[in-house]
Design a protein around this ligand. Structure first.
Ligand code: S3P
Length: 448
């Protein structure tokens, strides 16, 4: 199965030391939001550093279908002529969000309180993922959704006219669900309150404030209480998208496990809702220096100097850290394979409903590469084989999942024998320059 036409097998070979500077692309979460919030503002939002990955391009097309004018002016430089809160028009055709759960869920929220109807679909991966987590809270606004069994795409969403704000406590720790409700609340009368027991990425809150929304976040013993007042006029912004810490994870982790490596990865977000992987790596004994801390594009960032680390130990990752590193468990399980002792990852059942079942995809692939793995519904345990210890010599199935694909290519750069993946095509969704960036550092990747 491939995301975009025919499958593109790729093989990673044991690589020489990785050296140089890894400039990773713009943050995927912030890129989606820049386009969507730009479309809801009145006037022209300018964006630099936009991730031009397929997921984000699909969101750009969707915003055009709802009436915004979205233009590319140069690499990463885009503008959005927004239609204002409540200004969405009904799309003339089905909205195809490709591989992107963030895209489809945020956009459903955005149109949920406008009196229009839209039908959403996506690729074979997205069509397996649950949408009920978003459409159930949206139904409290009066929004109706008609999908396939299990709340799957394709799905038709009928927006509510004259919606009133709601008060909702999240059932899953999900920034996508939180954001969908807040976006719907923008065009509802009065206050919309979202209560999250565990903190999830807070880009929507930060950016909505920047766009001029009336929003407060109260941190309490019960969690975060986010209150938004509906029907604001959002002011267009200039958004400088910072680099993506989830993409940075791949060169960082590659440098940690490929012998002799010493690289710089500039501008990696240290936002506390995104930096769980980096805390975990440091606890494992990774050699990472956090240099030049500063603020970029409204996010706290640092330049990371990362060196080969032959002394990493397996650890128990605190389950409450999961939301701040939810997309990084696949690559962490690769690093864990090259550590000494076992790494225990609990509280990770959300991984089962990502672009693929990431617990299953990593467990099967690592086992094929000679690593002992244990799993249950909510847990992944990797038994480390020490530096250079992974035998490799296998092909991993990527299940239309970019992060599974990149994780096994990184593993193959440090394993004893090459590791192949059945399909590298999904990598374009989040990290279109992955192959060039990794080979530029000294990684060996071949087609087939
Ligand atoms: C995202 C939230 C996370 C994450 C996804 C991006 C976002 O999903 O896995 O890649 O931009 O809000 P959940 O919020 O469903 O955990």
């Amino acid at each position: 199965m491939s995301a975009h036409g025919s499958a593109q097998p790729m093989t990673a070979h044991k690589s020489g030391p990785l050296k140089g500077v890894a400039e990773v692309p713009g943050d995927k979460s912030i890129s989606h939001r820049a386009l969507i919030f730009g479309a809801m503002a009145l006037g022209e939002t300018k964006i630099t550093g936009l991730l031009e990955g397929q997921d984000v391009l699909d969101t750009a097309s969707a915003m055009r279908a709802f009436g915004a004018t979205v233009l590319q002016h140069g690499p990463g430089a885009w503008s959005v002529q927004g239609v204002g809160v409540g200004g969405f028009q009904e799309p003339a055709d089905v909205i195809d969000c490709g591989n992107s759960g963030t895209g489809v869920r945020l956009i459903m929220g955005t149109m949920a309180t406008s009196p229009i109807t839209a039908t959403f679909t996506g690729d074979a991966s997205l069509r397996k993922r649950p949408m009920g987590r978003v459409t159930e809270p949206l139904s409290e606004f009066g929004t109706k959704a008609y999908g396939r069994k299990g709340g799957r795409l394709p799905m038709t969403v009928v927006g509510a006219a004259d919606a009133k704000g709601i008060r909702h406590t999240l059932k899953v720790a999900s920034a996508q669900v939180k954001s969908a409700i807040l976006l719907a609340g923008l065009n509802a009368e009065g206050q919309t309150v979202v209560i999250e027991k565990e903190s999830t990425r807070d880009h929507s809150e930060r950016m909505l404030l920047g766009f001029g929304a009336d929003l407060t976040v109260e941190k309490t013993a019960q969690g975060n209480i986010i209150t938004l007042t509906g029907r604001p006029t959002l002011r267009p912004q200039t958004v400088a998208v910072p680099r993506d810490p989830s993409s940075a994870a791949f060169p960082v982790c590659a440098a940690l496990i490929v012998e002799g490596s010493d690289i710089m990865v500039p501008g990696v977000s240290q936002n506390l809702t995104r930096n769980g992987l980096y805390l975990t790596l440091v606890e494992m004994g990774a050699d990472i220096e956090f240099q030049n801390p500063r603020t970029e594009g409204g996010e706290p960032v640092a330049d990371l100097r990362v060196r080969f680390s032959d002394n990493m130990k397996g650890i128990e990752v605190p389950p409450e850290r999961a939301p701040s590193m939810i997309d990084e468990y696949p690559i962490l399980s690769v690093v864990a394979s090259f550590a000494t002792g076992k790494t225990v990852m609990r509280g990770v059942k959300e991984l089962r409903v990502k672009e693929s079942d990431r617990i299953d995809a990593m467990a099967r692939g690592l086992e094929a590469c000679g690593v002992k793995v244990e799993e249950d519904e909510d847990t992944l345990i990797v038994h480390g084989m020490g530096p250079g210890g992974m035998p490799g010599g296998a092909t991993a199935k990527t299940h239309i999942d970019h992060r599974i694909a990149m994780s096994f290519l990184v593993a193959g750069m440090a394993a004893q024998k090459p590791i192949s993946i059945d399909d590298a095509s999904p990598i374009v969704t989040s990290f279109p320059i992955f192959e060039g960036l990794m080979t530029g550092l000294g990684g060996t990747l071949t087609q087939g």
